[in-house]
Design a protein around this ligand. Structure first.
Ligand SMILES: [Zn+2]
Length: 754
């Protein structure tokens, strides 16, 4: 649309600018960069790629890129978590600036410039395909992408659709690239496979049976091979800048951590970074310290596009443009706020060419050259060096910590938390990301055991092994009786086995321990609702919404409870709140329609049903409700079409059959009066629906009589009477018997005025 046209205008301007500037890459030896393909491999330790020295051949395709490209041996991610790391990758800014420190409770703020926004303005078509829910567009990384593919059809985690295999993501990427091959494009391709669990498909599972993590990297490399073959096939390979990068590493048991996110040792923050330029470069291996934040300024420089105003990385092309690998010394920032979710201090550090300093309760200093395992803390013996790096850390924070960074904080919703938990993120408590350092708080190193215990409980909850989940949750409570996590996990484990009375006790304790967390109160509300204590459920939901007024699910649940209690005006208010937060919530619109209808506001109800159906035209029950409201407002003809649509989308929808038969058979003066059709529909309803009451037989009788077939009308009416008698239901008998007499006298049934 308009943005597309704008893009084309800018594209033309950009090409003119390029021609005028006679950029360096127009020299004969350099090929022009037409497209950019940024490939992010999640959870990818540099030392598991064969081009980085891994003992087995894991990455033949990436190796081939490196053989005609530039490989950075010492690249650092500022944060070992997917969403914050990708926020840095795509903005070129550090977490203190963009404000995304974790995977839950954050959304990259719109005010921050992302690479696709910059390149879109410069005329590039921009698109992405991501491999896991943690990068779902709802978390803000879709900014600037014209197409952002985050649908996960091929679920690997039961009913929670949270990730997809590299093969599927590759298919989506290749479809887009092929469709847009004539456009100048920026494509961001994210692979999630090396993230645990390590379950690569064959033949990689067998080939790497003894090291399944390496097998996942090998599988991802195979997917990248497909992408490269397609680029060659489309004749795009020699005009596309290809960047292969990891978002963070994986600890693989080092320092006691199995996966990533908690510590900031090298296993978690050192990443592969390879640039393959069109035309191929003289291959280079650059030992200097570089970072994830360098990608944005480097790409902008290579494309001769002005970078976003705030960028914390450097242009890496100087390494190969100037033919001189010697650059001024750097220090790279890194952080983990994960330990703050257990009440400990964060880990905030800097890495230099040789040393790493980590600020926390018991600070750490390592010589990365002499002590690659980071096991010999030099703070006691080299306090001067620790002080210098600590000052450097302060200087970085001084430069990058943004006043508005809290704008990237959002209240997570329960479904999001659950999906992220199924990906292994323990959550449980939000991060304290204020950067305030309190020397009295615990050291993360002393909280690793609690972290591992929390992970174990999540593992058992996800595996539906609730007995073991509760045993370990009890141990969490024993270790930290005043911390919310154990109580919360225990409540979840108890609710799963339907021990709601005990679950409520633990959930209540969790809510009192962490009164600022809206989800605790929402969970408590759900538990009270389940056991029928609706007063308390309403109170809990209201407490939750007082903390987070934008939790659509809580508004919806609350509305549902008010509906059941026949408090229709309050219910309507709740559903209106859902629609305010999620304008496309078709279910809430339909419920709002029901609440209005229950208050007699039929016209308003009809407009809500119509909006709901505009979003989801397949919802049979909404067609039915709309049909009923239209009938009541004297529009039976339109109602008939909606009853028919209800039956089309739900062939067993008894209520729609009943209303249809009634209208077609009894409204003798109406143009739609069609007794034969009424008979056919009543017979179909008896065949196809599970309805076993007398009503359908009675309707069939009425339809037969309307069609003048009195013998069959009598038979059907007698059957309806028999069904009601068998069900010991005396109420309808007088009416049914009166109709039977009518049909015996060969008279149709005409209802009185409504
Ligand atoms: Zn990641």
């Amino acid at each position: 649309m308009a943005s597309g046209n704008l893009r084309k205008v800018f594209a033309a301007l950009a090409l003119l600018a390029v021609a005028a500037a006679c950029a360096w890459w127009l020299k004969p030896s350099r090929a022009i960069i037409r497209n950019v393909l940024l490939i992010s491999i999640d959870t990818c330790r540099a030392d598991h790629l064969s081009c980085y020295g891994y003992k087995d051949a894991t990455t033949p395709n990436i190796d081939a890129l490196a053989q005609s490209g530039i490989l950075f041996e010492n690249a650092i991610s500022p944060v070992p978590l997917t969403l914050p790391a990708h926020s840095s990758m795509l903005t070129g800014t550090l977490p203190p600036y963009h404000g995304v420190h974790g995977n839950t409770g954050y959304r990259l703020d719109d005010s921050i410039a992302c690479l696709p926004e910059t390149l879109g303005v410069a005329g590039f078509a921009t698109a992405a395909a991501v491999g896991a829910f943690v990068l779902d567009s709802r978390f803000g990384l879709e900014q600037g992408f014209e197409a952002y593919d985050d649908t996960f059809e091929d679920t690997l985690a039961g009913n929670l659709i949270v990730q997809r295999r590299g093969g599927e993501t590759t298919d989506r990427a290749l479809e887009w690239i092929e469709r847009n091959k004539d456009e100048r494009f920026f494509y961001f391709l994210h692979y999630y496979d090396p993230h645990h669990n390590y379950e690569a498909p064959e033949p990689f599972a067998s080939r790497f049976a003894s090291h399944p993590y390496a097998g996942e990297i090998a599988y991802t490399d195979d997917c990248i091979g497909r992408v490269i073959r397609k680029l060659k096939e489309l004749d795009l390979y020699e005009s596309t800048l290809i960047i292969v990068v990891g978002d963070h590493g994986e600890m693989l048991g080092e320092h006691g951590e199995h996966d990533h996110g908690y510590f900031i040792y090298q296993g978690a923050v050192r990443i592969p970074l390879i640039f393959r330029l069109p035309g191929g470069e003289t291959p280079m291996r650059i030992p200097s310290l570089v970072g994830l934040v360098d990608i944005v300024p480097t790409v902008c420089s290579l494309l001769d596009v002005a970078p976003p105003p705030e960028v914390h990385g450097r242009d890496l092309s100087v390494y190969w443009k100037q033919g001189d690998a010697r650059q001024p010394d750097r220090t790279m920032y890194c952080e983990s706020f994960y330990p703050t979710s257990y009440g400990a201090n964060p880990l905030v550090g800097v890495v230099s060419d040789r040393f790493k300093f980590i600020r926390t309760t018991r600070p750490e200093l390592y010589d990365l050259v002499e002590d690659a395992a980071e096991s010999d803390n030099l703070v006691p013996t080299e306090p001067g060096r620790a002080k210098t790096l600590s000052d450097e850390l302060d200087a970085i924070l001084e430069r990058t910590l943004r006043d508005d960074s809290q704008q990237s904080k959002v209240a997570p919703d329960q479904d999001d938390v659950q999906r992220l938990q199924s990906l292994g993120y323990t959550g449980g408590h939000s991060f304290n990301d204020t950067f305030d350092f309190d020397p009295d708080k615990e050291d993360p190193k002393d909280n690793l055991g609690f972290h591992l215990l929390t992970q174990k409980v999540n593992l058992f909850l996800n595996a539906k092994d609730f007995d073991r989940a509760r045993i370990h949750a009890a141990e969490m409570i024993r270790q930290k009786p005043d911390h919310v996590s154990g109580h919360k996990k225990m409540a979840i484990g108890l609710a799963e086995v339907e021990d709601y009375a005990q679950a409520i006790q633990f959930a209540d304790k969790a809510a009192r321990l962490d009164p600022g967390d809206a989800l605790n109160f929402a969970f408590l509300g759900r538990l009270y609702d389940t056991v029928g204590e609706t007063d308390r459920a309403i109170e809990s939901y209201r407490q939750s919404l007082a903390i987070d007024p934008d939790n659509a699910a809580a508004h919806h649940e609350l509305g549902r409870i008010h509906m059941i209690r026949k408090e229709f005006a309050r219910a309507a208010e709740c559903f209106r709140n859902v629609v305010r937060i999620q304008p496309d919530a078709s279910r809430a619109l339909s419920d709002l329609g029901n609440a209005c209808r229950a208050q007699g506001k039929l016209d308003e109800a009809i407009s809500h049903y119509e909006r709901s159906l505009a979003i989801d035209p397949t919802a049979a029950f909404v067609h039915y409700n709309l049909g009923t409201a239209l009938t009541a407002t004297g529009r039976p003809e339109t109602a008939i079409s909606h009853f028919r649509l209800a039956i089309r989308h739900a062939p067993g929808h008894t209520g729609s059959y009943q209303n249809l038969v009634w209208l077609l058979a009894t409204d003798t003066d109406a143009p739609f009066h069609d007794p034969a059709e009424a008979v056919r529909l009543a017979q179909k309803a008896i065949e196809r629906t599970n309805h076993r009451g007398y009503e359908l037989a009675a309707l069939l009788a009425i339809a037969h009589a309307a069609a003048g077939d009195f013998p069959n009308a009598v038979e059907a009416a007698e059957r309806a009477i028999a069904i009601a008698q068998q069900a010991n239901d005396p109420a309808p008998l007088p009416g049914l018997k009166a109709k039977l007499e009518l049909f015996k006298a060969r008279k149709p049934y005409i209802p009185g005025p409504r």
